[in-house]
Ligand binder design. Sequence first.
Ligand SMILES: NC(=O)c1ccc[n+]([C@@H]2O[C@H](COP(=O)([O-])OP(=O)(O)OC[C@H]3O[C@@H](n4cnc5c(N)ncnc54)[C@H](O)[C@@H]3O)[C@@H](O)[C@H]2O)c1
Length: 397
Amino acid sequence: MSKPLDVVLVGGCGHVGLPLGLAFADRGLSVALFDIDADAVERVNRAELPFREPGADEVLARVVADGTLRATTDPAVVGTAENVVVVVGTPIDEHLNPDLNAVQGAISILGDHLVDGQLLVLRSTVYPGVTALVERLMLDLGLDVDVAFCPERIAEGKAMVELFELPQIVASRSQRALDRATKLFRNIIHEVVVLEPEEAELAKLFTNTWRYIRFATANQLFMIANDFGLDYERIRAALTHHYPRAADLPGAGFAAGPCLFKDTMQLAAFNNNNFQLGQASVAVNEGLPLYVIARLEQRFDLSDMAVGILGMSFKAESDDIRSSLSYKLKRILRFKARDVLCHDPYVTLDPDLLPLDEVLHRADLLVVATPHPMYTDIDTDKPVVDIWNLRGEGVVT
Ligand SMILES: NC(=O)c1ccc[n+]([C@@H]2O[C@H](COP(=O)([O-])OP(=O)(O)OC[C@H]3O[C@@H](n4cnc5c(N)ncnc54)[C@H](O)[C@@H]3O)[C@@H](O)[C@H]2O)c1
């Protein structure tokens, strides 16, 4: 009988699964990535990244070439590894409610393939209580599987650094599962923090919610300053100058992406929709594109103008357009402006993007929606709205 694999990642070709698989494989573990996305699986096996993640391409080339990592759409691979790590997406629905069944739904489909003695690690960001549900699911399936919850806390774009630096939260009700999960993650990071599963589930949601609230605070302060004709960035620079207690006040900007808003809503749902700070943060952050347009309408007749949007991904130097507020801005501007012209240097999934030169030439007005560094020095005499203060020219709109 062949030696079992060290790790199988379920959802392994995604933004969290693939970097983690690469990190394990780069430390010498044998890794398989199971994913239902056949296109992503083929690309990974060709040593091609399905999305941008700095530092991942050279590791992928190495571990595919030496056979330490491979991807597959065959769920049977799940039964061939000592450790099974689940990193499927956990989205919210059109009513902003979390899909409570996303993780255990994926696992129950794998029920026929899991085998006694495996360690099952949940790594997706889950609605509190999902770990307990998965423990019960294992019992119902008659499986003797150790269950742990070990949340991912990397930021996209920094995965190949942060996976080796951020302490790993490890949670389980069983000491054996804690020991096994600790041993697994010590392959990439030494520092482990132990919590109960429900504490760890909240720790992950609190992490993202705290970040989202901080961005909302900055965005609301930006709007207050701007409404009084004052430059938020000038004020922020002054108040943070040699003043450590305020040093973490963020700049203004579109706070978006696949995690922060979604996880704030997961926490609100968990607390019976009673989460005023989180809900206020949604109103502020999701309202910023509307605010920018309302301010522009006070200065310009948009119906007669072509507006250029610079940056469509949800954050700088990323190709990820999931829940990007650039698209909300675009949708509203298409209703209000004569034309909307979009550019992004990284995004590949949007056929409507135009070359930068064309946007700069045809647009009457430019909005920096994503702070890609390449927009810092663009040469234009058109008005530029730059809430990020990327160009250092002040941000009053
Ligand atoms: N993206 C981030 O920066 C980040 C950071 C920390 C935590 N997280 C959390 O990690 C989880 C995954 O997020 P992501 O951004 O990697 O999502 P993703 O959509 O990029 O990846 C999920 C992958 O799972 C696959 N998949 C879905 N259902 C499956 C199934 N039943 N069986 C096998 N594969 C399946 C998809 O094809 C996809 O490749 C989420 O819970 C998210 O909240 C994300």
